[in-house]
Design a binder for this molecule. Structure first.
Ligand SMILES: [Zn+2]
Length: 130
């Protein structure tokens, strides 16, 4: 499976942040699940992901994968959104020493990386301090 086909397949979820929610126990899933792992319920309804949350962990990447080499060093954090979903992504638009555990951030769509000579631009979410 090549990276571009995987990327294109995931576009709807990446752009609209489609999640779903278990009707029985209200747990939100991103990406969406077919069966709720919490209660085995199969009745899950579309839900929109919360657009903000707080940093629960972060690290500074200084030796990145090749797609990100022009961006290093950069911060990557685990953010717990207001609906309980945990997402990993870059934290941008701030100095590293401004990033704190518990800091409020919001989701924004940004260019993630450019795929070498093919020029494919990959977009996705990044976190920006509120
Ligand atoms: Zn459930």
């Amino acid at each position: 499976m090549s990276t571009p086909s995987r990327y294109w397949r995931e576009i709807p979820q990446r752009y609209r942040l489609e999640a779903n929610k278990c009707e029985s126990c209200d747990t939100v899933y991103f990406p969406p699940r077919l069966i709720c792992p919490e209660c085995q319920n199969r009745e899950l309804i579309p839900a929109k992901l919360a657009e903000a949350g707080k940093v629960i962990s972060y690290t500074i990447i200084r030796v990145p994968p090749h797609q990100f080499s022009d961006q290093a060093p950069y911060a990557v954090g685990i953010v717990e959104l207001d609906d309980g979903v945990k997402l990993t992504g870059q934290i941008v638009d701030c100095d590293f020493d401004e990033i704190k555990i518990g800091q409020r951030v919001k989701i924004e769509f940004r260019k993630i990386f450019e795929e070498g000579e093919s020029g494919i631009l990959c977009y996705g979410y990044k976190f920006v301090p509120e």
